[in-house]
Design a protein around this ligand. Structure first.
Ligand SMILES: Cc1cc2nc3c(=O)[nH]c(=O)nc-3n(C[C@H](O)[C@H](O)[C@H](O)COP(=O)(O)OP(=O)(O)OC[C@H]3O[C@@H](n4cnc5c(N)ncnc54)[C@H](O)[C@@H]3O)c2cc1C
Length: 478
């Protein structure tokens, strides 16, 4: 269907959501299910280009969260909400399950406590198993595992499609997506707030700050001084698809106070990943990988699964968690300012995003925002499948006979077709760059990393960019 963004009659949106990551997109989607005008402001030239594009892409049950926290509640609820939403929108998910492995006596002794913690979080399906059981499901694991804890519902998901589905849904419900609108200043008026951005002013009655790594800066523009974001870099290796048979489950370490630790996981695209590291930085834009990170991951990988390290690494990347000096998510409304902060969504925001949005809606209503549920909502979007578990366009003979562009492969490593690239350029939330195309189609994401297909992909982008779609909706996806 053709999206129908709602423009405010008086030039003032009812709500402006800052940040087009998973959290901001989920909030915009939720709010635009009500009788209000919503703008989603994103600093970059695409949604989902911040932390939400570079994580380990695990749909967490929340078994290891700290019981009683807002995070544990929202991750557990988010798991179910996102699982259902993924079915409705075709976001790729594989319910692989996970095994948390104990490598020494101390870790072995911690397993009963972790099981009890899972139960305190409402997750009852963990089971403690001995080393024999661990090696039965993970025969290629390195030597020395002493036992494990199974987490049968831990799953893998496509983080890129999740962000895009939420943004597309928000747009189809009427949200105005404003790209390249970095918020740089705030003027609070009696009834409306003016957000100064790099592409002009945007006025709104209510403002939601879901700016991830930039959330503390925005919070200060509203006169608060309650937290500081420390970017915590996580580096990862992605191994060649030949490694996928080695790893059919997520292999988790025993978590520490610094985080979830280094894991091995199958990916939704048929690879295996190893990581992430956890390193606090000062530079909020430093997503480069490092020699130290490489060394650390090689040492860890050698212990966890030596056979994996004998295979080729296809890519490495790094993401930045928005760690804050507060032990839980920091989500708070200030009614007098008609302002909601959504901060500290560090390591679990992909899973919790839809539940965070639900929680935000409740807080906004309590702060005085009137919301009436709409009865005329469009169906959720059906997203293009870029996962390996279900057939892709190049495998669909009927589709190819109807439209031969789906039979013309452009990216051979990942088997991406001309039809998919064309569609991504003309989607409701279209790709404006090669990186945007990569996240929508997997083009240039394989063994050659675009060496062979990059020029052809760029030419197609140029062709569709010129003729319609991409450029006309560049800054203001209205
Ligand atoms: C290494 C790593 C592994 C992870 N693994 C998992 C996992 O397996 N499962 C899971 O559930 N979670 C995981 N996470 C966490 C998850 O990725 C994040 O919690 C989630 O992506 C946060 O989404 P967000 O929307 O808050 O932030 P972002 O995606 O960063 O979005 C914030 C957006 O705000 C924009 N912005 C910032 N400042 C401004 C401004 N002034 N004006 C306008 N826009 C602005 C940014 O450009 C950005 O697009 C992981 C994170 C990392 C780094």
């Amino acid at each position: 269907m053709t999206p129908t963004p709602q423009h405010p009659h008086d030039g003032v949106f009812d709500i402006a959501v800052i940040g087009g990551g998973i959290v901001g997109a989920a909030i915009a989607r939720d709010l635009s299910g009500h009788d209000v005008t919503v703008a989603l402001l994103e600093a970059r030239d695409d949604v989902g280009d911040g932390t939400s594009k570079a994580n380990t892409a695990i749909l967490h049950t929340g078994f290891d969260a700290k019981p009683g926290t807002l995070e544990s509640r929202l991750v557990a609820r988010g798991y179910h909400l996102l699982s259902d939403y993924a079915k409705a929108t075709s976001i790729p998910v594989e319910h692989t399950g996970a095994v948390l492995v104990a490598w020494n006596d101390e870790e072995l002794a911690a397993l009963p406590e972790l099981k009890a913690k899972a139960e305190a979080n409402g997750y009852e399906h963990c089971r403690i198993v001995d080393a024999g059981d661990v090696y039965q499901v993970l025969p290629d694991l390195g030597e020395g595992a002493l036992g494990g804890l199974t987490v049968p519902d831990e799953s893998i998901i496509c983080t890129w499609t999740t962000n895009l589905a939420l943004a597309t849904d928000a747009r189809q419900r009427g949200t105005t997506i404003l790209l390249e609108h970095r918020v740089t200043g705030v003027d609070e008026g009696e009834e409306t707030t003016t957000l100064h951005t790099t592409s002009g002013d945007v006025r709104a009655r209510w403002v939601v700050n879901a700016a991830g790594l930039g959330a503390d800066h925005i919070d200060r523009l509203f006169g608060h001084d309650r937290f500081t974001v420390t970017p915590r870099r996580g580096e990862l290796f992605v191994f060649d698809k030949l490694t996928r048979p080695l790893v059919n489950k997520i292999v988790l370490p025993v978590p520490t106070s610094r985080g979830k630790g280094v894991l091995i996981s199958p990916t939704i695209y048929g690879n295996v990943m190893l990581g992430p590291t956890a390193e606090d930085l000062e530079d909020r834009s430093n997503t480069a990988t490092s020699e130290d990170g490489f060394g650390f991951l090689l040492t860890k990988g050698e212990r966890l699964m030596p056979r994996l390290l004998a295979e080729e690494v296809t890519a490495s990347y790094a993401g930045l968690r928005a760690a804050i000096d507060h032990p839980d998510y920091l989500i708070a409304a200030t009614a007098a300012q008609r302002y909601l902060l959504v901060g500290g969504i560090r390591s679990t925001g992909l899973t919790a995003g839809i539940a965070i949005a639900e929680h935000c809606r409740t807080l906004l209503e309590e702060a005085g925002l009137e919301l009436r549920t709409r009865t005329d909502l469009p169906d959720p979007p059906r997203m293009p499948n870029i996962g390996e578990a279900t057939p892709r366009p190049y495998q669909d003979a009927d589709l190819i006979s109807r439209d031969p562009a789906y039979g013309t492969i452009v990216c051979y490593c990942e088997r991406v077709t001309e039809g998919e690239i064309r569609d991504a350029c003309h989607a409701p939330v279209p790709a404006h760059s090669l990186e945007g195309l990569r996240r929508r189609t997997r083009a240039m994401n394989g063994r050659c990393q675009g060496f062979f297909c990059g020029a052809a992909v760029a030419a197609l982008r140029e062709q569709h960019h010129t003729h319609d779609g991409c450029s006309s909706q560049h800054k203001d996806v209205r």
